[in-house]
Each structure stands twice: as C-alpha cells, then as structure tokens.
Design a protein around this ligand. Structure first.
Ligand code: FES
Ligand code: FES
Length: 161
C-alpha cells in the first residue's frame, strides 16, 4: 500500500511519520512515534485502553485513522504532566489507588480528563458514563470515580503537586 509522510502534533510536539492511510491513531502513537503509555487492547473500540485526547476530547485511538488527526492536537498520558509535575487527575489516581495492574490506567486518565475538560464538576453518574467505554479488568471502578470527584472538588492546586 502506498505510504504518505504526515505531521502529527502529539503533546505539543510535531512528529513527521511515514505511514499507510490505514494506520490507526493508536498504532501511529505507539509504533511510529514511540509513546507507549497509550495501550493497545481489543482494537475493536470496546476496551478504552487506547483512549487519548484529540483537541481536548476523549477519543479511542483505535476508532480513528492517524490521517484524520492531521492538524489536530493529540494528548496522551505522557502529556498530562507539566514540567515534571503531575496533573491533578494523576495525583488523585495515586491518592485513591485507582489502578492495580495499570493496563487500563492511561485510557482511564484520558477519558476522565476529557470529561473534566467538558464539565468541571461532574456528578457520579456523569463520571460513570464517561468511563463506561473503558474496561478495567481489575474492576477498580469505584476508586477511579472517587479520584475524579477529588479533582472536581478542587482538592488539588496545579502548582502544589
Ligand atoms: S484498543 Fe481501542 S478500544 Fe480497545
Ligand atoms: S487496573 Fe488492571 S485493568 Fe484496570
């Protein structure tokens, strides 16, 4: 299949990659750019492990082609911290122990960040709805909901982390 050189902006860094038009966004991020925080699970849009932000909204990376993301800003879990400081949602996940094996964690962080970008103070039902497309095999859902509630309650100041 013919290949094309494209530019993708990931975590505010522009990458030039050479891909075929069928390359999925998750494949581009992991295999061509080398950011492996984003996980590849089912590849059938069912598990949410590949969730990233595209222009601030949570998107499953196996549901879109890399070429559809040209000109958009993609954020992965590696892009959540700023100058070595964790984002509030990362700190809250640590404080609530919102991970066990960690396989779903990157996708959960991005799905909940997408929610908080839309709604600063989501209700428990809105939080559950935001992560209903993300499967945690370790079933750590309650601690994830509590972590998002902590952030929504303003328990973390960006500069104190
Ligand atoms: S790998 Fe994309 S939803 Fe499972
Ligand atoms: S922490 Fe293991 S899959 Fe969620």
């Amino acid at each position: 299949m013919e290949k094309y050189e494209i530019k993708l902006s990931v975590n505010k860094v522009e990458y030039e990659i050479y891909i075929n038009p069928k390359t999925l966004l998750v494949e581009a991020i992991r295999d061509f750019i080398g950011l492996t925080g984003t996980k590849r699970g089912c590849e059938t849009v069912s598990c949410g492990a590949c969730t990233v932000l595209v222009d601030g909204a949570a998107v499953k990376g196996c549901s879109v082609l890399a070429m559809q993301c040209i000109g958009k800003e993609i954020t992965t879990s590696e892009g959540l911290e700023t100058n070595g400081k964790l984002a509030p949602i990362q700190k809250a996940f640590l404080d609530e122990g919102s991970y066990q094996c960690g396989f779903c964690t990157s996708g959960m962080l991005m799905a909940t960040t997408g929610l908080l970008n839309e709604t600063k103070n989501p209700s428990p039902d809105e939080i559950k709805e935001a992560i209903e497309g993300n499967i945690c095999r370790c079933t750590g859902y309650n601690s994830i909901v509590r972590a998002v509630e902590r952030v929504a309650k303003g328990m973390y100041k960006e500069d104190s982390l």
